[in-house]
Design a protein around this ligand. Structure first.
Ligand code: SAH
Length: 247
């Protein structure tokens, strides 16, 4: 998969993308992240890319000419993939389902805003959509781009050590993940739930599903509603596996 990121801070993207999962995926050839400096599109010697907003108001806005030129230059080389998404708090909510859709693509591109944002004509003329990583306002699109790159890259075959690890996790089946435990079995008087040490795989599976359901019901009832509520079997499971006593 090839991902092109347009930004005023390409080092943020490249340095992060060299490490850990992204670094391994790039070394394995499963992923290539290209970061492009928007200043490459500037037309003056000072590399100006922003200007004051028409209509007044605080802050600066990314100018259309430099940004569109920077994108066109890279696109003309022929390797860049679309869709190109502008990162924006007003974009489509980026969720695990969107990450899964994007992981099926041969590639995509991301445009990072800065300052107060980008001239609307950049979005209208050069972009194919907008993505938001949540109802928060960042100072720039770089962290949002990395959130998207990382969550998509870890779904690529071979990116995670264990191919199952992205199948059984939060949101993969519309539920939050069950609690996880590792050694020691007893930590500061708090015990690992005995079922996890029973060696009974069927019991472990049922306990995990019950815990996932309970957690989702308590913390994210919207996710349960989106699945159409609890089935009879799921209700029975919750009764069969009551909440573990916290010791
Ligand atoms: N004035 C804008 C916010 C600008 S923040 C507004 O009110 O919508 C500067 C840049 O950071 C944005 O152009 C965008 O690229 C990025 N950004 C900020 N919050 C983001 C979010 N939640 N998701 C994706 N990108 C975001």
């Amino acid at each position: 998969m090839r991902i092109d990121v347009f930004t005023l801070f390409p080092e943020i993207i490249t340095s992060y993308a060299e490490l850990s999962i992204l670094g391994r995926a790039q070394q394995a050839g499963a992923l290539k992240v290209h970061a492009h400096d928007l200043r490459e599109g500037a037309t003056d010697s000072r590399g100006t890319v922003d200007d004051a907003p028409f209509g007044g108001g605080a802050g600066m806005v990314l100018m259309p000419e430099p940004v569109c030129s920077a994108i066109e230059k890279v696109e003309a080389e022929g390797e860049m993939h679309r869709p190109l998404f502008f990162l924006s708090p007003g974009g489509r909510a980026f969720t695990q389902n969107v990450a899964r859709e994007m992981a099926e693509l041969p590639g995509f591109s991301l445009l990072c805003g800065r300052y107060e944002g980008a001239d609307q004509r950049i979005i209208d003329l050069s972009c194919d959509g907008e993505l938001s990583i949540g109802d928060v306002v960042l100072a720039g699109g770089e962290l949002a781009a990395l959130v998207i790159v990382e969550s998509v890259a870890r779904l690529l075959p071979g990116a995670l050590g264990n191919s199952e690890s992205s199948e059984e996790e939060s949101f993969s089946d519309g539920l939050l993940e069950y609690p996880q435990y590792t050694r020691p079995a007893s930590f500061r008087g708090h015990e690992v739930p005995p079922v996890l040490r029973s060696g009974n795989h069927g019991e472990v599976e049922r306990w995990r599903l019950a815990e996932s359901l309970r957690r989702t019901l308590e913390r994210r009832p919207d996710l349960i509603a989106a699945r159409g509520g609890l089935s009879e079997a799921e209700r029975e499971l919750l009764t069969a596996y009551p909440p573990s006593e916290s010791t």
